[in-house]
Design a binder for this molecule. Structure first.
Ligand SMILES: Cc1cc2nc3c(=O)[nH]c(=O)nc-3n(C[C@H](O)[C@H](O)[C@H](O)COP(=O)(O)OP(=O)(O)OC[C@H]3O[C@@H](n4cnc5c(N)ncnc54)[C@H](O)[C@@H]3O)c2cc1C
Length: 365
């Protein structure tokens, strides 16, 4: 018996990428199914433990970075339409890590906001359901291109779905589903400490971020690694009633994600890394719970967004370096390019190309 036809578009992955794309597709009248596998015990999605930082200025001299600097406008619009998604203005304090906490921290009057990823993770499933998105809780185990057109998805609950258009928004797990994705798409393991309350020694709640994240440099070096490399960035953001502290990043050579590193070892490295930085030293011993997630990134810093030439009907929407800034500005364009007809679709495709996206056939394969 043929599998049921699910929707105009099926999205694999219900993190910030799959979730916001589904909302934009619904706005265009498409019927959408999001299939998301609950993370295995002890692991989170990247979106669920993200700092959610939204700098209101471009982080690079590129058209995409300039567009992403306006992400707060999109979040505000989304919240106006769908209710609370965790976006809020936030005080920013930058630290260089080189000297003492008090001496080096400075108040920077830069435009800055944050999406509280705990609020987003709690609210997104409700918002998707209210918008008419069909959500299916299952792991997609295999994708099969159909002989004439479209795709069959085989799910962990034994069922299957058919889709005419299929979007991979499964973060670090996209390559497990479609190994031929371009080689610029890589993955890492990240970890943070979840604190039950915001540390009183930091005063009023604010996002404390390093002037530059070591993680970004490690991602750029990923293609040349011959050994696993890890590092610790010192940062802290308000999160639910508490805070997320520090960021541990492990990048392995090659394209495979590999198993999650041992939590006890990661927590030790994370606390030691914080203790070794002047900024983090007073915080490194605070009680907190380790949270780990697999994270997709692109070694060239440009996300993987668009149709895959060798697989008609299959699109990628992943590999973001700053998903909370990039996804809300790109999702409307991808939605238009996916389901609109004629001029509207052409205009969205052209805009994606101007941003340096949508030509996945030209990336390393
Ligand atoms: C510690 C940390 C701090 C960060 N800070 C920031 C920040 O300040 N600002 C910023 O912009 N970005 C930040 N990022 C990056 C940001 O979190 C990511 O870019 C973003 O969350 C990626 O979202 P995603 O939806 O692509 O992936 P994910 O959130 O990983 O979502 C993928 C989803 O796919 C599902 N899935 C996977 N495989 C399957 C399958 N086979 N079948 C069904 N479902 C599947 C998973 O369950 C998951 O829900 C941070 C990341 C981390 C880890």
């Amino acid at each position: 018996m043929a599998a049921p036809l699910a929707a105009d578009v099926v999205i694999v992955g219900g993190g910030v990428a799959g979730g916001l794309l589904a909302l934009e597709l619904r706005d265009l009248g498409a019927s959408v199914t999001v299939v998301d596998a609950a993370s295995p015990a002890g692991l989170s999605s990247a979106s669920a433990i993200s700092y959610g930082a939204l700098p209101g200025w471009p982080l690079a001299p590129t058209p995409l970075a300039r567009l992403a600097a306006g992400a707060s406008r999109r979040w505000r619009r989304l919240q106006g339409r769908h209710g609370d998604l965790g976006w809020r203005p936030c005080r920013l304090r930058l630290h260089s890590g080189g000297t003492g906490l008090r001496a080096l921290s400075a108040w920077w009057p830069l435009p800055f906001a944050q999406v509280d990823s705990a609020v987003l993770a709690a609210r997104l499933p409700l918002v998707l359901a209210a918008a008419g998105v069909t959500c299916q809780a299952a792991r997609v185990e295999r994708l099969d291109p159909q002989p004439t057109a479209g795709w069959a998805l085989h799910l962990s609950d034994g069922s299957s779905l058919q889709a005419s258009k299929l979007v991979l928004a499964a973060g670090a797990h996209c390559r497990e589903l479609w190994p031929a994705l371009p080689s610029c798409l890589r993955s890492s393991w990240a970890a943070v400490l979840e604190l039950a309350s915001y540390p009183t020694l930091l005063g009023r709640p604010a996002a404390w971020l390093p002037v530059s994240f070591g993680r970004a440099g490690l991602e750029r070096r990923a293609a040349g690694l011959s050994q696993p490399e890890w590092l610790v960035d010192g940062g802290l953001v308000p999160w639910a009633d508490g805070a997320l502290l520090g960021q541990h990043t492990l990048v392995r050579p090659g394209l495979e994600l590999g198993p999650a590193p041992l939590p006890a070892e990661v927590e030790h490295q994370l606390r030691q890394g914080l203790a070794a930085q002047a900024w983090g030293a007073p915080l490194g011993a605070l009680p907190g719970q380790l949270r780990q997630a697999a994270v997709a990134f692109c070694s060239e810093g440009v996300p993987l967004v668009g149709p895959l030439a060798e697989a008609p009907g299959l699109w990628a929407f992943t590999g973001f370096s700053a998903g909370f800034s990039q996804v809300p500005v790109l999702a409307p364009l991808v939605a238009q390019a996916l389901v609109s007809a004629g001029d509207l679709a052409d205009a969205a495709t052209r805009r994606l190309q101007q941003l340096g996206l949508g030509r996945l056939d030209q990336l390393g394969g």
